[in-house]
Design a protein. Sequence first.
Length: 274
Amino acid sequence: MHAVIVPQKHKKHKLERRSEIDLVNAWRVAGRSIDSPEVHESQALLRVRDRAILRIVNRSKAATSRQLSELVRAHPRKIQERTLLLWRSGYLERTTLPPAHRGGSPLAYRLSTAARLRLGYRDRRTAGTNELQHRLDTTAAVSALARPYHTSLYPMQAWLTESMARRELSHGVEPDSVVVLQHPAGSAVLCLEVDEGTQHLPTIRHKLLACRGALSQCRGWQLLFVAPSEARVAWLRRQARAMAELRGWEPGCRARRSPPARLGSPRSPAPRGR
């Protein structure tokens, strides 16, 4: 069993002061009424791709249009058209994220309250700024793993979000996501832990011990840490190697220099040696 620690290329960008204040409120003012005539006039609105978009946004809690493009396997322009229509119809709320390290400011989407009621989703919790960023980072990691890799056009075979994955593992393990990968060279089940660099040592140790207990009986399952920097990766490795309880369980032997994309970055993870 191997625990793989993967860094993100760029340090977590702090939200601008204005964005910290307005980000959550922006969702509420940007939405449209789901009872508008536009919704009822178009009975064919919720086509298969639209349902896929809404289901992914509901499960992940938030996603950018580029992430949806990679997960739904559609051209970014087509996804922008569909998300725009769903937003205008009141199914989605959206807000502009702070500028990334390059390029423009992407839009992030989530289901509107009216859409949850209409579609029968019971979870009405509203994520704050920090939780929203964590959700987007998790979706970015999953999107990177879903991209074609060499001869495998569809490496990701299944994806369990946090709410779905918590029912699959024991020992109190609640990964941010569980991803099933299939490649000609082999297959694996990855438990994703997206680290924002804010958790202290006791929490990290508890997660590692819980994961070892839960994954020790799961053949082909691996723990995948996504960290915000190389320094954070090195710190995680040192702490894992210092734990006597983890002896005999490889704490992390491989890292990826290019990260799971951050807020729409088009780069794919590139393997790095030991």
